[in-house]
Design a protein around this ligand. Sequence first.
Ligand code: ZN
Length: 185
Amino acid sequence: MGFRPKTVRELLDWSYANLAAYQVALAQDPPAYNKVCWMTRSRMYRGLHSGDMRRQSLYKNEREKLTHKDRCAYCGVTDVPLTLDHLFAKSRHGTDSGDNLVYCCQKCNSSKGNKDYFQWIQAIGRPVSIPVAERYLKNAYAHCFQANILDLPLDAAPSDLPFDLRSIPLTWDIPAETSTKPKTR
Ligand SMILES: [Zn+2]
């Protein structure tokens, strides 16, 4: 794990490639990182970086959102009324586009407030939601592509982005209880 991204593009590609490896790790029984995970990561990273591979569109994530309309995107609770949340907060210029909206419970909505998703989830010590992390990374990439800042060194990236570059996890730890099922409360 010696790789340290130097540009916005490297950071977003590396995080996304590690998220792919994480999903392979979670599919093991019991969940664990192994050689296949690292192969997945390097193939994904090289592919994204060279332009031979592209991030999947949000189609899959949007379809998931519609089929799980009764579930909080952040904590997985299903038996409570849900609200629409701006993944990238509106006060940080997150858009009203469907790509930036998720269903979540009142409790998560008010706890997250206008915080960055990763900042918030790390602060409350809950495992990341993979669909939310995917959506976040895809939206962040699209934003940086549009703003033409992908190839800026990280310390030269604007500080007023709708998301927090410094809170984006580079690697993803398997939760201690190794359960990937949504939590209920
Ligand atoms: Zn919730």
